[in-house]
Design a protein around this ligand. Structure first.
Ligand SMILES: Nc1ncnc2c1ncn2[C@@H]1O[C@H](COP(=O)(O)OP(=O)(O)OP(=O)(O)O)[C@@H](O)[C@H]1O
Ligand SMILES: [Mg+2]
Length: 268
C-alpha cells in the first residue's frame, strides 16, 4: 500500500531530510512513526502526498508511482491520503463545518452529497454540536478532531496524522488516539507521527523510529527477523533430533538387554 524504496531527500540548504529510507506499510496497518525533532517524520508525509519530490528513490502509494505521477493525477493521489497536519491548517475565517466541507468543494462533490458527508464525519469525531463555531471558539482537542474530520471527509484509504496529540493533555491525547484506532478498525491505514512515548508504549503497534533521516528501528522488521531466527533454531533442533535418534535407540536396546541379563542372574 505504501512503499518507500531507498528514498533520500536533500533540501536546497544541503540538509538531508531523509537518507536511504526503505519502508513498507500494508493495507490496514497502524504504524507509529517516532524519532527526535528533525529526524524526518514530516518529510516522509510531504513526500507521500507529492508536496515535494525525493532527490533519490521510488515511492509507491496504492499502486501509484508517486515520483513519476503526472501533475494531473496529483489530486487523485491526495484523495487517497487524508492528512492531519502538525499545525492543523484550519482556516480561521470559516466555521468548523465549512472547513470540513472544503476538500469536498475542491473535489467537485455535489452540494447535497457533500453536506451529508460533512454531517457523517462530524458525527464520527463527535463535533456535531460545534459545527457552526469558528476555530477560535474550540479547545485544542476539539480542533484536532476537526482536523481529523477534514482529513476523513473524502474517505481516504490512508490517514497520515502528524503529531495529533502534540499540544493536548494526557486524557485528551488518549481520546484522540482512541478515535484514530476506531478509524483504523474500519480499515483505514494509519501512520501517526508522535513524540508521545506513553501512548506508543501502551499500544503494541508497529513502531518505525527515525534518526537523522534514517530508519533506526522498525518493529515489524524485527518481528520478521525474530520469527526467521526461531524457525531456523527449530529446524536445527529437528535435525539434531534425527541424528540423535539412531544412537538413542541403540542405547535403549542395550539397556533392555542388560536388564534381562541382570534378571536372569537373579533367577539362578
Ligand atoms: N523545506 C526545508 N528546507 C530545508 N530543510 C528542511 C526543510 N524541511 C525540513 N527540513 C529539515 O529536514 C529535517 C527533517 O525535518 P522534518 O520536518 O521531517 O522533521 P520531523 O521529524 O518532522 O521533526 P518534528 O518532530 O520537530 O516535527 C530537519 O533537519 C529539518 O530542519
Ligand atoms: Mg514534524
Amino acid at each position: 500500500m505504501i512503499k518507500l524504496d531507498n528514498v533520500s531527500k536533500k533540501f536546497a540548504t544541503g540538509v538531508y531530510g531523509l537518507s536511504s529510507v526503505n519502508l513498507d506499510i500494508d493495507k490496514g496497518e497502524f504504524v507509529f512513526l517516532i524519532g527526535p525533532t528533525g529526524s524526518g517524520k514530516t518529510t516522509i508525509f510531504r513526500l507521500l502526498t507529492r508536496e515535494m519530490l525525493p532527490t533519490e528513490g521510488n515511492i509507491m502509494v496504492n499502486e501509484m508511482d508517486v515520483v513519476n505521477l503526472p501533475n494531473s493525477k496529483i489530486p487523485h493521489l491526495r484523495k487517497n491520503i487524508g492528512v492531519i497536519f502538525q499545525d492543523l491548517k484550519l482556516l480561521f475565517d470559516r466555521t468548523i463545518s465549512e472547513n470540513i466541507m472544503l476538500p469536498l468543494e475542491v473535489a467537485g462533490v455535489k452540494t447535497e452529497e457533500a453536506k451529508n458527508k460533512v454531517q457523517e464525519v462530524l458525527e464520527q469525531v463527535g463535533l456535531k454540536d460545534h459545527q457552526d463555531k469558528f476555530p477560535i471558539q474550540l479547545s485544542g482537542g476539539e480542533l484536532q478532531r476537526a482536523a481529523i474530520a477534514r482529513a476523513l471527509v473524502l474517505s481516504p484509504d490512508i490517514l497520515l496524522a502528524d503529531e495529533p496529540t502534540g499540544n493536548l493533555d494526557p486524557a485528551t491525547s488518549w481520546e484522540i488516539v482512541n478515535l484514530l484506532m476506531e478509524i483504523n478498525k474500519k480499515g483505514t491505514t494509519i501512520v501517526m507521527a508522535t513524540h508521545n512515548a506513553d501512548i506508543v508504549k501502551s499500544l503494541s503497534r508497529r513502531v518505525v523510529e527515525l534518526e537523522k533521516g534514517k530508519v533506526a528501528k522498525d518493529t515489524k522488521r524485527k518481528d520478521k527477523k525474530e520469527k526467521e531466527e526461531v524457525k531456523e533454531k527449530e529446524e536445527v533442533k529437528e535435525k539434531d533430533l534425527k541424528e540423535e535418534k539412531e544412537p538413542k535407540e541403540e542405547k535403549e536396546h542395550k539397556e533392555e538387554k542388560k536388564d534381562k541379563d541382570e534378571k536372569g542372574e537373579e533367577k539362578e
